[in-house]
Design a protein around this ligand. Structure first.
Ligand SMILES: [Zn+2]
Ligand SMILES: [Zn+2]
Ligand SMILES: [Zn+2]
Length: 344
C-alpha cells in the first residue's frame, strides 16, 4: 500500500516570486510611459503588478502557519466533494471530477485573510481588479491612461501591507521599484490636484462638479483631465458653452468636449432601468433641458434645480416636476379639488 507524499509549499519562494513580479511590473510600467502607451507593455505591467500583489498576499497566508504541509493546504483550492449513486441505492461521496489543482483566487485570499485576521482595504483591491479586467478585455490602445492611476492606487496598498502585515520596510523590500512608485504616486496626485483646480475657473454647473472625477479621456481613459487652457483664455464656461468647452488630457494630450463626459457620468451613476418595474430614477429637467433630473432626490444633477413644492399639502406624497403647477398638491388631490370646485 502506498501513501501519497505530503505536499508542502515553500513560503519563501512565494515571497521571492512576488517581488520579481512587482519589479517586472514596474519595469513594464516605466517602458510603457517612455513609449507613450506601448500596448503590450501596459498590459504586461498591470498583469505583473496585480499578480505580484496577490503572491505577496499568498506569502503572508502561507507564512502564518508553521507546517509547510498546512501552508500548502491553505494556499490551494480543495475539490468540492459531491454525492454520487453507488449503484446499490446508496450514495458515495467523491471529489468533483472537473477539479484542477489551482491556488486560491482573490475570493479565497479574502476568506483566508478573514480567518487569519490579516487586513487590507478590499475596496481598493476590487478597484484594481476591475482595472486589470478592463485592460484585459478592452482594446488596450484606448485604456493605457488607466495604468497610471492603477500604479498610483497600488502604491499605498503595497506600502501598508508590507509595513503593517509583513512588518518590513517597503523601500528595503521593493528597492528601485519602490522609488519609481513613490515618485509616480506623488506626481500623479499632484496632477490630480492640478486638474481639479483647473475646473474651478471653468464654471462647471454646480450639480455636475461632483461628477468631474468620474470623467475619462476618450482616447486613453485617463482620469487626468484639465480644463482646456485655450477655452479658459476665451472666457467661455461649461455652464454657458457646453458645446464648446473642452478638456485636455494630461496623459495623452487629446482634447474633447467635457459636457458629454459629465452627462455620461451622471447617467451611469444614476440611471436605473425601469423596465423591470422599478421606479425610473432620472427624467428630463425643465430648467436645463438635460435628462439629468433625479426624481427621488427632487433635484437636477446638472443644474441643481430644485422643486418649489416638495410634498403634497394634503397627503404628504413626494411631488414631481410635473405637479409643480398644482401649487403644492399631488395630481390626485388636485383632481379632487377641481372636481369639488366644479360641483360647488
Ligand atoms: Zn488621454
Ligand atoms: Zn437641470
Ligand atoms: Zn396628495
Amino acid at each position: 500500500m502506498s501513501t501519497s507524499p505530503v505536499q508542502t509549499i515553500d513560503a519563501q519562494k512565494l515571497y521571492e516570486n512576488a517581488l520579481i513580479s512587482i519589479q517586472l511590473g514596474i519595469e513594464d510600467f516605466e517602458e510603457s510611459e517612455r513609449a507613450s502607451g506601448n500596448k503590450a507593455r501596459t498590459l504586461s505591467s498591470v498583469r505583473n503588478l496585480f499578480a505580484g500583489m496577490l503572491l505577496l498576499f499568498k506569502y503572508k497566508i502561507a507564512a502564518s502557519v508553521n507546517d509547510p504541509a498546512d501552508a500548502y493546504a491553505i494556499i490551494f483550492n480543495h475539490p468540492t466533494i459531491v454525492p454520487e449513486s453507488d449503484g446499490n441505492g446508496g450514495i458515495k461521496w467523491v471529489p468533483d471530477g472537473k477539479f484542477k489543482k489551482t491556488t486560491i483566487d482573490i475570493l479565497g485570499i479574502e476568506q483566508r485573510f478573514k480567518g487569519f485576521g490579516i487586513n487590507v482595504d478590499w475596496s481598493v483591491i476590487k478597484q484594481l481588479q476591475d482595472c486589470r479586467n478592463h485592460l484585459e478585455h478592452l482594446h488596450p490602445k484606448h485604456t493605457y491612461g488607466e495604468v497610471s492611476g492603477f500604479v498610483a492606487e497600488l502604491f499605498p496598498v503595497l506600502s501598508d501591507f508590507i509595513s503593517n502585515e509583513l512588518g518590513l520596510v517597503p523601500s528595503d523590500v521593493l528597492g528601485s521599484a519602490w522609488d519609481t512608485m513613490l515618485a509616480h504616486k506623488d506626481f500623479y496626485n499632484a496632477k490630480l490636484d492640478e486638474c481639479a483646480d483647473s475646473w474651478e475657473l471653468a464654471s462647471v454647473p454646480s450639480g455636475a462638479e461632483f461628477y468631474l472625477s468620474d470623467c475619462r479621456c476618450k482616447m486613453c481613459s485617463s482620469e487626468l483631465l484639465m480644463a482646456a487652457q485655450e477655452d479658459l483664455d476665451l472666457n467661455i464656461s461649461v455652464e454657458h458653452n457646453e458645446d464648446q468647452f473642452r478638456y485636455r488630457c494630461v496623459n495623452c494630450g487629446y482634447a474633447d468636449l467635457i459636457a458629454p463626459e459629465l452627462l455620461h457620468a451622471i447617467y451611469v451613476t444614476n440611471y436605473q432601468d425601469s423596465r423591470d418595474g422599478s421606479e425610473p430614477t432620472l427624467e428630463h429637467c425643465y430648467q436645463c433641458n438635460h435628462d439629468t433630473f433625479l426624481i427621488l432626490e427632487q433635484k437636477c444633477a446638472w443644474c441643481d434645480a430644485e422643486l418649489e413644492y416638495n410634498a403634497c399639502e394634503m397627503c404628504g406624497q413626494a411631488l414631481t416636476q410635473e405637479e409643480q403647477i398644482n401649487g403644492g398638491l399631488c395630481s390626485a388631490d388636485e383632481y379632487s379639488r377641481e372636481k369639488f370646485m366644479r360641483e360647488d
